[in-house]
Ligand binder design. Sequence first.
Ligand code: PLP
Length: 407
Amino acid sequence: MTNLEIIEEIERGLEPTFKNIEKIAYLNQKKVLDAFKEMGVSTQHFAGTSGYGYTDKGRDDFARVVAKIFGAEDALCSPHLTCGTHTIATALYGLLRPKDLMISITGRLYDTLENTLYGKDNGSLESLGVSIKYVDLKDSKFDTEKIYKEVKKYKPRVVFVQKSRGYSDRKAISVAQMKEVFAKIKELSPKSFIVVDNCYGEFVETQEPTEVGADVCMGSFIKNIGGSLAPTGGYIVGTKIAIENIERRFTCPSLGRETGSYEPGYRLFYQGLFLAPHVVSQAIKGSYLIGEVMKRQGYKIIPETDEVGYDIIKSVVFDTKEELIRFVQLIQSLSPVDSNCLPEPYPMSGYNCDVIMAAGTFVEGASIELSCDSPIRSPYIGYFQGGITYEQLKIVAEQLVDFKENN
Ligand SMILES: *Cc1c(COP(=O)(O)O)cnc(C)c1O
């Protein structure tokens, strides 16, 4: 059999999985289209503004569309939120005050937030007098007994949840799991803000965390929700009171969301948001195809082919550092941009070890486009995600069929 024939056989086995992914994309597309219609999105929303940007209609109505999709009261969406890390940090600084406590119920936060949480005299939350506690996951699930005990005892200002796996060997958390736990947390501590890092989670399921009780949910526009077209930025959706607290930190208490111009205008944000459910489905389908190709060669993958995943990532566990590096390099070589570049492990700001990244992307570093990133530490896990078209991922899968043999 040729590699392509092998891939086509795997595709036939994946048909039920693909049908399910397409169904979710269909329902999310409907949700997005309905929000666009209801908000009356029109060409005038695409005009840019300069200077202070007061009453920027494109900006303000875009936030309303996003809030609607997330079933949230309010939203802050901005190209001036520079990335996911900045977006999450802005939300935390907005909600937490000196002497407040935050409990993360999914263990440690994403690596790049470490210096936002800790450090003396660096403006970190710790240096401002905020304390942070953790309840680790148990088998990729909430440790409910411990969470309820801690929440009841401390009534923290913020209960933090990271939906996606980050650089760990766990699975992502489903919205269904959140629903049950959030209801109980609200009962035990009604004033706590439940805050969800939703990076890589948007449109993977038919509901978002704010539809099941999260007070705040946020992420990056160069991941799922930007649909590969948004050039930069972040979104924060949630309750009115939470967003008010956060917008004062985003700019300053006198201004909130009233200022912030963007001369290029928001067309690519609207268009990317409209495409996002479909693009996410392409990426997830491709991740199952590539995952199965690696699994057949003996590599452990997370989630497994017969499991439903709750983010767009597939983890592949390699035996050696060299194999991991070769995998990342192969992904780069099959990218539409910078295919001739050879990625190498490198120290990066925000990470405590060398990192290797493949991102041959149109929007620099956008991980809704095919990309792969891995800290160089044992166990050697390649985390790959994204892909604007399923067909590109099929080409990658075809090349990976004899990956092990070529060692
Ligand atoms: C990507 C990511 C972040 C950080 O986003 P950046 O845009 O890379 O700063 C935070 N949390 C999770 C779960 C992520 O996947």
